[in-house]
Design a binder for this molecule. Sequence first.
Ligand code: SAH
Length: 217
Amino acid sequence: MKDTYRHKGLRKKLIDSLRRNGIRDENILAAMEAIPRHFFLDKAFEEWAYQDKAFPIGYEQTISQPYTVAYQTNLLEVKKRDKIMEIGTGSGYQAALLAALGARVYTIERQEALHNSAKKLLAKLGFGHIRHFFRDGYKGLPEFAPFDKILVTAGASSIPEELKRQLKIGGILVVPVGNENVQRMYKITRISEDEYLEEKLDNFRFVPFLKGVKRVD
Ligand code: SAH
């Protein structure tokens, strides 16, 4: 895997476009500029890696659009050492970004093949400290709860109540909620043991948050 001057140049342009589109957090932008997104796509699709678009990664899944990754990460208000659970490892790109921002990352994937390939890739890229779980993310990780932040990178049909319960008081859950065509981004902050503040933000389109796991045949 090579990260050439050309890749770096394309990445810089992508970051400039995210900045123009309203992403202001320079820590997030710098981390995105440092992570070679083309490593997370098949070699044949390298050219696509630096367009602000989602892209297929196999198994009917996608690596999220860079703007969406930056937007969700921004809502999480990531601080160094934050304990963050990500649902939907996919390519591993979002997990790498959270780790690059200094978070302690626990990531869950329901597709065994993606879980395996992301785990391998992230270890190779120096993110061996990210913890990977092959599970149904609807259940979260009760044995590791509570979390400072929880990020769902698939579109849910309703707010996942079990995940809310795995937040620390003061913790934030970011989850897109809606039907299969469009989801509204929700930022949910746990204010006390049983009170949550719900903010409904912009519309996006994610692959669906599905129940159960899918094993390699
Ligand atoms: N964060 C990813 C984008 C992933 S797309 C990245 O940076 O590339 C959404 C992912 O969520 C898919 O890989 C899909 O298989 C996974 N997913 C969907 N439902 C899930 C569930 N219940 N538990 C865990 N992962 C799930």
